[in-house]
Design a protein around this ligand. Sequence first.
Ligand code: HEC
Length: 158
Amino acid sequence: MTVFQRLYGHSLPVVLLSLLLVPPAVAKELGEAPYRPGDYVVEDGKVDPNTYEGYLVYTRACMACHGPDGLGSSFAPNLIRAAERRGWADFAGTVAAGREVQPGQVMPSFADDPYVMRNIPYIFSYMKARGEGGLGRGRPRIIESMAEEAEEPDDESE
Ligand code: HEC
């Protein structure tokens, strides 16, 4: 049994399959099409609620190592470029399983952190918005017409 199986109870392919097949329950639809991990809307520097959620989760769970706004640090790589280079399954798999390519530079596994696990699609959307979507740095605002159902931010994250 691998460390991953001990932590997560399934092999990596099974977990990845479930991430791909089960759309996030709380996902808000972006117009006509159902939300898929990595989808985003950027308009005048504002974003859809899912992408905004991704910003919040990133800031709480990933920023300490990966730097503000996904830009990377001396310790951990730029995640905007990682999201461009790697597909959704690969990105999500790394967050679930962790990674240590350079000895001593450890990406922890988040498999036992349900808050992070259910929000990986939105983190991925935030990184896509930052890259190809041209979203700038800092805390984005939510596009007004998409904001009705969005939750109010509940704390720090700035
Ligand atoms: C304790 C520090 C730390 C935290 C917290 C952390 N990471 Fe990492 N992460 C790393 C390091 C270090 C690497 C590089 C690992 C390697 O390649 O050996 C990495 C690598 C990655 C990669 C692969 C990047 C690439 O270039 O292919 C992804 C994707 C990633 N992290 C996502 C996340 C996400 C999303 C979060 C928040 C949920 C997060 N990480 C939180 C330290 C961290």
